[in-house]
Design a protein around this ligand. Sequence first.
Ligand code: NAI
Ligand code: PYL
Ligand code: MG
Length: 264
Amino acid sequence: MALLTPEDLENINKQLQEADSTVRRVTGLDIKGICKDFYGTTPCCEKVGIVPVTSGNGIIGSFSESLNAIAGYFGFDSFITDMPDVSGYYEAVKNGARIILMADDNTFLAHNLKNGKIANNQPCTGIIYAEIASRYLKADSKEVLAVGLGKVGFPGAAHLVQKGFKVYGYDADRTLLEKSVSSLGIIPFNPVSPEGDRQRKFSIIFEATPCADTIPESVISENCVISTPGIPCAISKELQKKCGVELVMEPLGIGTASMLYSVL
Ligand code: NAI
Ligand code: PYL
Ligand code: MG
């Protein structure tokens, strides 16, 4: 998994507020509204215990603090345990946590101890970014381009297929692309070098890769949203500005909101 850095998480509140404004402009609802509508849940002061985890590459500076800020932003009552790992888990439960948030290098989970529901960040992130993309008010068709079909991208693309979108997709890994074609019916489309005369433009693009500049100008239509959890960004600031792209991109909060609402 590509790991976050403290730099990615700088000014998380500001990043979240900006993402919220964009989501509102793009869909007519804010992130809370989308989560509420999609999962059919509303927080009711559930206590969230955030447990720092030291295994693998260890604690990421400001990761737990960012989760605390994010949980508060979405209306949850949260706290970070003093101790990490197993001792932190014990501390969280003893102090009344109803939902545990914790991440090692492979898995970031939310576990609701009251109803047993558990969520994984990767599918929750893919699905919510895809859901946001699917609600684009200025979309000119139900065609979507999905780039990156890994642990975040595949569930997002599957969600778009399930919602009735015609999904064109690409992954640099041929096996993953073939899996998406055979299991989801995705139409292969390499945005960088489309075959023959199949050049297309899209008003909805969903991107989930760990690479920069994966979306070339040639596939961006006049009114276009790029909804992308992928870090670094799929498109340069210059190209975003030139093409007037609505960019939904934020490093942790939207996916975490999706996890929290999904376990209520
Ligand atoms: P992954 O490794 O499972 O999937 C990424 C996929 O992108 C791979 O299948 C790879 O072959 C493909 N890829 C790489 N370069 C490509 C290119 N130029 N064109 C097409 N496909 C390309 O990774 P995962 O877990 O799905 O994460 C994807 C990204 O999302 C990472 O940058 C990760 O850090 C980020 N992420 C962001 C979150 C957020 O809340 N913003 C939450 C979780 C992950
Ligand atoms: C959850 C993010 C989204 C992108 N990459 C994922 C990541 O960075 N995972 C690692 C999280 C490790 C957290 C560390 C801590 O501070 O508790 N163990
Ligand atoms: Mg990217």
